[in-house]
Design a protein around this ligand. Sequence first.
Ligand SMILES: CC(C)(COP(=O)(O)OP(=O)(O)OC[C@H]1O[C@@H](n2cnc3c(N)ncnc32)[C@H](O)[C@@H]1OP(=O)(O)O)[C@@H](O)C(=O)NCCC(=O)NCCS
Length: 153
Amino acid sequence: MSHLSRDASTLLRPPNTAPVIAPPEELPVDHVLVLKVIPLPGDANANGDIFGGWVMAQMDLAGSVLPARYAQGRMATVAVNEFIFKQPVRVGDILSFFAKMERIGRTSMTVNVGVYAERFANQGTYIKVTEARMTYVAIDDHGRPRPVPNTQI
Ligand SMILES: CC(C)(COP(=O)(O)OP(=O)(O)OC[C@H]1O[C@@H](n2cnc3c(N)ncnc32)[C@H](O)[C@@H]1OP(=O)(O)O)[C@@H](O)C(=O)NCCC(=O)NCCS
């Protein structure tokens, strides 16, 4: 083992399995399920919880699903208007991302996404862990904003 990899191995922490006290929630009936994913040990931070940047990346993907139906082509994330980490995400949680279109403008689309965790040892019960509001812009081949072609679905 090299000097570097020996040092790196001392940074690894086991997954955090301490119980999180949070009330279960009903899943939102006015949102659409757009993504399910299970975070792995490699997605954890130094505390053993899931790294917030990993959650944000999944959120960006999940948030793009409904706007893509309206954009019908290239688009880019222009803004994360709000992002709240309500509860920690744990290794082995099953995460469900629910999205709802909030606004369709001339070239931009704003979507609300809520993330619900089924804890590893408590399947079937949902804890809201994260919510966000993000805006995407339909862009042309030169990366410039273009009108959203499909404003009714
Ligand atoms: C997205 C991009 C093409 C927009 O170009 P722009 O010249 O700033 O465009 P505009 O100012 O005309 O704004 C375009 C739309 O975005 C909206 N918008 C811009 N900033 C916004 C913000 N902070 N929050 C919400 N909407 C915003 C505008 O209101 C407009 O919407 P509308 O046409 O529906 O009214 C450009 O900013 C860009 O390329 N950004 C980088 C995108 C990127 O790399 N994303 C990945 C980051 S990891």
